[in-house]
Write a protein that binds this ligand. Structure first.
Ligand SMILES: Cc1cn([C@H]2C[C@H](O)[C@@H](COP(=O)(O)OP(=O)(O)OP(=O)(O)O)O2)c(=O)[nH]c1=O
Length: 188
């Protein structure tokens, strides 16, 4: 297995990569996130590519055999794409939309090693129990929503509002590790 660089500041992504027994270095880029598509799957592929490319560009010649991993997660509810909330009022609006409904979580991943590059995405469906306004504010005051796409974390307090998921759990937390491992093997 080649050396790995995780181009992400997300603690969840580090935990998931460590969970499957991989060793890696973390380099966080300040990539400009350029979006040209409106399909959530294409959006997360593009954004993951921006993050991985920004780090790949900083590597020296000796590091050309390293695989750089970039990733991005969004929530899609009907025709809307939700990233991280701007403030608590935005978080309230997002959770208000998600409660009592089913939405999709898309995570895109890009792997870059020298000239070789691959991007893919995974999608999971998440159904949320109805929540009262009081419950939504109580959840926002846990501080959990602000750094998360769709303003919730399935791995935290929000778990008690999850009715059903279809698809891979790690896609929702931010890194679909089964698919990632499958793709990494192709890099040798
Ligand atoms: C839906 C959901 C998202 N999230 C997180 C995963 C991502 O960290 C975050 C979405 O933001 P991203 O912009 O994908 O990632 P990030 O800014 O946290 O990290 P980086 O760009 O450096 O890789 O939301 C959860 O932790 N749990 C969830 O249930």
């Amino acid at each position: 297995m080649k050396k790995l660089i995780l181009a992400s500041g997300s603690p969840r992504r580090r935990e998931l990569l460590a969970q499957i027994g991989l060793e890696f270095e973390v380099i966080v880029s300040d990539a400009e996130e350029i979006m040209t598509s409106t399909h959530p799957g294409e959006v997360v592929k593009e954004l993951s590519s921006c993050k991985a490319s920004a780090v790949a560009l900083t590597l020296s010649d000796e590091q050309r055999d390293v695989v750089v991993i970039g990733s991005d997660t969004v929530v899609a509810q009907e025709h809307r794409i939700l990233g991280k909330p701007k403030d608590e009022a935005d978080a309230f609006q997002m959770i208000q939309m998600l409660q009592g409904n089913t939405h999709q979580v898309y995570t895109g991943v890009t792997l870059i090693c020298g000239e070789k590059k691959t991007s893919f995405y995974e999608k999971s469906d998440v159904s949320v129990y109805p929540m009262t306004e009081e419950e939504i504010w109580e959840y926002i005051h846990t501080g959990e929503p602000m750094d998360k796409a769709g303003a919730y974390g399935i791995q935290g307090y929000f778990a008690k509002y999850i009715r059903e998921i279809q698809g891979e759990y790690t896609t929702i937390v931010g890194l679909p590790v089964g698919r990632l491992w499958h793709e990494l093997k192709k890099f040798g």
